[in-house]
Design a protein around this ligand. Structure first.
Ligand code: P1T
Length: 386
């Protein structure tokens, strides 16, 4: 296998995980659409024995995701939620987690509506304030869980500082890197113990596949996660792995354009008379801009806004854009718009949304890779619509 050490991110994105297939020389890893593998002897496998436990197309994807996060140890899952759930299954009843107050609604739902029933407890704090995390730590705290930038408020959390606080309390730091992607930010290099992805988003990049991933630094931790994955079974099919791997090859090119377009959109909206607040970490006025500049190489592709006309104006905007299509999800080549309070974050209680600062009128934009000026014209006409 080509040693990718020393190559830049783009080269690694194109080549990671894909080797010419040994029998035919196929340059792209084939879709090994098989559930099982014929064995030479009982209890002896050629490589894999059963596709829940392992599959060559999945191996290629796992290798590629790990390589881009600066590690050798990755696992691919059937969805982002399956990846998150598997990290949490390292914990036991009685354990405690400190989590940031702004998280994808599905993550919040898994934590509070499912895992609390199994005796794991959660404290939600504003993780931008490292002190708040430190104060929430208990002797039974095993994990600190954050996103940065957060979904949907794009709060920025200082990962290096948080890793220190988590480790001082003998806890792990897990970072959901879905919004940033390893192109912009590599949490393992900043001290995180787990990086988690919804590969459904930028990693796959084309809104055609649901998937997830975990990357860790050490083989031993990877083996514990693999044990859980194999025991639980939320694995991706080979076709989904193929699509995600294909998407990964252009991650750097797509992310450049996402960031460029989002920066333009954020600057345009900041000047618009109908707009009350713009949340975008690439704007110097964003409270997390300095930390973002120190740990991310650009501001990312997500922009959230509040309009002066509140909920009604936000609703109207969602109903009037043409290029920004009204849908959940993010990170695909096409631009999306949505209202978190009624859509992606509807499972977060109104009290928890208020505590995190998530206004009912907030509108979230996933800025795609279309022509940036066309996107701005679309927002202009939608904001002017009667
Ligand atoms: O949808 P799934 O692949 O299971 O990933 C869940 C998930 C995990 N982490 C983050 C930061 C996410 O944003 C998501 C999914 N988010 C959306 C569907 C959304 O529209 O925000």
């Amino acid at each position: 296998m080509l040693d990718l050490n020393g190559f830049s991110f783009g080269t690694r994105a194109v080549r990671a995980g894909t080797e010419p297939e040994p029998v035919t020389g196929a340059i792209m890893t084939p879709v090994f659409q098989t559930s099982t593998y014929v064995q030479p002897k009982p209890a002896e496998a050629k490589v894999h024995e059963y596709s829940r436990s392992g599959n060559p197309t999945r191996d290629a994807l796992e290798f590629a995701v790990a390589e881009l996060e600066g590690s050798k140890h990755g696992l691919a899952f059937a969805s982002g939620m399956a990846a998150i759930d598997t990290v949490l299954r390292l914990l036991s009843s009685g354990d405690h987690v400190v989590a940031s107050d702004d998280l994808y609604g599905g993550t919040y739902r898994l934590f509070t509506a499912v895992l609390e029933r199994f005796g794991i407890s959660f404290s939600f704090v504003d993780a931008r304030e490292v002190e708040q995390v430190a104060q929430a730590m208990r002797p039974e705290t095993k994990l600190v869980w954050v996103e940065t930038p957060t979904n949907p408020l794009l709060k920025i959390v200082d990962l290096a500082k948080l890793a220190e606080v988590a480790h001082a309390g003998n806890a792990w730091l897990a970072v959901d890197n879905t919004f940033a992607t390893p192109y912009l930010q590599q949490p393992l290099q900043l001290g995180a113990d787990f990086v988690v992805h919804s590969t459904t988003k930028y990693m796959g990049g084309h809104s055609d596949v649901v998937g997830g991933a975990i990357v860790v630094r050490e083989q031993a931790l990877r083996d514990r996660l693999w044990y859980l994955q194999n025991a639980i079974g939320a694995v991706p099919g080979p076709w989904d792995c193929f699509l995600t791997l294909r998407g990964l090859k252009t991650l750097h090119v797509r992310m450049q354009r996402h960031c460029e377009n989002a920066a333009k959109v954020a600057a345009y909206l900041s000047e618009h008379a109908a707009v009350d607040r713009v949340y975008y970490p690439g704007l110097p006025s964003h409270p997390g801009h300095e930390v973002a500049a120190s740990q991310m190489s650009a501001g990312g592709g997500m922009v959230s806004i509040e309009l002066k006309g509140g909920v009604d104006a936000g609703y109207k905007l969602c109903m009037n854009t043409q290029l920004f299509q009204l849908a959940e999800s993010l990170g695909g080549v096409e631009s999306l718009i949505e209202q978190p309070a009624t859509m992606t974050h509807a499972s977060v209680s109104p009290e928890a949304r208020r505590a995190a600062g998530l206004a009912d009128g907030l509108v979230r934009l996933s800025v795609g890779i279309e022509d940036g000026d066309d996107l701005i014209r679309d927002l202009e006409q939608a904001l002017a619509a009667k």
